[in-house]
Design a binder for this molecule. Structure first.
Ligand SMILES: C[S@@+](CC[C@H](N)C(=O)[O-])C[C@H]1O[C@@H](n2cnc3c(N)ncnc32)[C@H](O)[C@@H]1O
Length: 333
């Protein structure tokens, strides 16, 4: 759902400034003129004088700053046709670090590509090539091809995320789900984030929804260190961070909402999540599935007696024909 404020042209500039002041403008979409009215993209429903909140029929997305075809063209004198063919997408800009997915190249050539990318994107401080993501901690395997610094602060939806990209993951493709989580809760809720990472969901949710408390659990001490730093960086006083395995440390019967942001065999953790919910609540259950498997997954989840209703949405494409899906489970005991 892409929300926008619809306003008459002569009132648009004043409203735009107000929306920026309120920190609700959605920078991933452009301000557009549609049938004589201006549409200002916003992150959540806001009631403002002279404006009407609408769902945009045809949102226009801000152009990614990194155009892959353009980059390939600019590398065509450095890489052979074969190498260019193997240079696939999957690039990410995290803070001022550019992450690409280079094919196997000689070391010198990689350095040349790194230098060229730096010259194309002068604000980038470091360029890394990411090969694989390993183990349950989701540790990336990266090689620096320009610069040296791998720690950065990524800004998104008025939140700050400090991260070392050589040790931890921040998935740019989950941006819409992070935005959804930011506004999903309210001041009365207790929320548990069972796989908090560096705070990818915890930080925006705690900052924008302002629930009573977010309990953020993380098993990896490195990620946990950044989670603590990010809580401080975002000046949050409603987050309790717990270092440990969520199967052992998740508190029982205190949550209105549980986020299970870890999609490798999540069924192993479901009973713990259900136990964490009070009398009723919602679990955001992440999983991987092919499109034709989603229905069967829903059916299986419905067999759990505490799960009363299920809705799902696709977060992103994960691999050929495999999707990252989030199931919103309404739980009652
Ligand atoms: C891929 S990250 C996802 C972070 C965030 N939820 C998101 O979706 O962007 C998954 C995190 O779960 C943590 N993790 C894995 N198993 C865990 C467990 N049993 N208990 C707590 N954390 C765990 C990993 O260390 C990692 O930081």
């Amino acid at each position: 759902m892409y929300l926008a404020l619809r306003v008459r042209k002569e009132k648009a500039e004043k409203l735009r400034r107000k929306v920026i002041r309120l920190k609700v403008i959605d920078k991933s979409r452009r301000i557009i003129v549609n049938q004589g009215y201006v549409e200002i993209p916003v992150l959540k429903k806001v009631e403002l004088e002279d404006a009407e909140i609408i769902e945009q029929a045809s949102p226009v997305f801000a152009k990614p700053r990194f155009n892959f075809d353009y980059v390939k063209e600019k590398l065509s004198d450095l890489l052979s046709k074969e190498e260019l063919k193997k240079f696939r997408g999957g690039w990410e800009l995290i803070g001022d670090i550019l992450i690409v997915n280079l094919p196997d190249l000689q070391k010198d050539k990689k350095r040349e590509v790194g230098k060229r990318l730096k010259s194309l994107f002068p604000k980038v401080k470091t360029v890394v090539s990411r090969k694989a993501i390993r183990d349950e901690f989701r540790k990336p395997e990266v090689e620096i091809i320009y610069g040296s610094e791998t720690i950065t602060v990524h800004k998104e939806n008025y939140c700050f995320f400090k991260i070392d990209v050589s040790k931890l993951m921040f998935c740019a493709g989950n941006i819409e789900e992070r935005r959804r989580m930011a506004f999903i809760s309210n001041r009365n809720e207790v929320v548990i984030d069972m796989f908090a990472g560096i705070g990818q969901f915890t930080i925006p949710l705690a900052k924008h929804s302002k629930p009573k408390k977010v309990i953020a659990i993380e098993k990896n001490p490195v990620a946990f260190g950044y989670l603590k730093e990010n809580i401080a960086l975002n000046e949050l006083d409603n987050v309790n961070a717990i270092l440990g395995d969520c199967r052992k440390v998740t508190p029982e019967r205190i949550a209105d909402r549980v986020i299970m942001g870890y999609f490798f065999t999540p069924e192993r953790f479901l009973a713990k999540a259900i136990n964490a919910i009070k009398k009723h609540g919602v679990i955001h259950y992440h999983d991987l599935a092919k499109k034709d498997e989603i229905e069967a997954k829903e059916k299986k989840l419905k067999e759990v007696k505490e799960i009363k209703e299920i809705e799902h949405r696709i977060v992103k494409s994960y691999a050929p024909r495999v999707y990252h899906v989030v199931f919103d489970l309404k739980v009652e005991r």
